[in-house]
Design a protein around this ligand. Sequence first.
Ligand code: LLP
Length: 385
Amino acid sequence: MLKGTFPVEKFKQLSTPFYYYDVKLLQDTLDVVKTESGKYGYHVHYAVKANANPRILSIIAANGLGADCVSGGEVQAALDAGFPADKIVFAGVGKADWEINLGLDNDIFCFNVESAVELGIINELAAAKNKVASIALRINPEVDAHTHAKITTGMKENKFGINLSQLGGVLDKLKEMKNVKLIGIHSHIGSQITDMSSFRNLVIRFNEIQEELEAHGVTVENLNFGGGLGIDYYHPNHLSIPAFDNYFAAIHKLLQVRPGQQVHFEPGRSIVAQCGTLISKVLYVKEGETKKFAILDAGFTELIRPAMYDAYHRIENISSDEAVETYDVVGPICESSDVFGKDVELNKAHRGDLIALRSAGAYGEVMASQYNCRHLPKAYYSDTI
Ligand code: LLP
């Protein structure tokens, strides 16, 4: 079984569980993102929600990317990490007044507005500060992302964005507002999208929406396609950088860009997922009646994706090369859903073996919780360990 390469001897000195980040892989991924988006002059805003670890954020900021935020806390984290305010976009279906004010005070690039009511509030809050807020309308494009229902966002039944049928009304309302300026349109249809036809359908829908806007006498400077590009959870060792070339090329091929228009993206998972690994230790190997359990010292408090989305993460025993056996790999949390994988093939496991849960750089550390009064996991980096 081909496994990842890890500094196992160094890991033995550290207390588990912890996140380990391969900084070189992150940099290599960023280099590909910059090269491939650069071919078309596209702007990339990293989706902070995928991983807001300050070191990771500062590496991404130093590479010149913008930031896509969904809360005031994320806007602040992005500013603290060195993302320039004029490269910060702020989406979110429920922005509180203080969060909007934080964006206004810092003159962020754009608020991605999700409803007519929100538009009215931003207009009011901006007026109180004698400012004009730049906004993009987040449109719910009714495009199926063909991904897990819990990470689908662009369908009528989802809470996100302005419905297509309501767009005309919002455009009329906008004309009366003095303290918001429409600079773009935005959509994000979901996450872990591996079917390129979903992105193609989104571009086709954008082309149609642009025509509708023009029928209302509106042209926008910015088109933002959100994030969503999926990664290969099954092959982290040889497909460690997603196919950004195909992704940007697919968009470029179909998109009708108006003169002077800028195109934006908000990838999260595709940038950080593969560089992160959750390292854990086997506490017990328990022989059940029908099953053998490898009980780890990490649980869904450190990595919730399997419990929450039935997500697959590749699991490797990085301490053992003995013959493979079949285990249910579980955590210590007092809930039956605290299972990382059923019938997992692992090199024979012993108490104390180190276990790597791969592709955990996105929506891993950032979704950790203190349930069961557990401690939040620490993080270590390949260049400083
Ligand atoms: N832009 C917006 C407005 C978003 O809501 C998201 C993700 C992104 C960009 C970045 O999407 P990405 O490129 O990472 O797919 N916790 C879930 C994923 C939730 C995604 C939420 N929004 C998981 O672990 O699969």
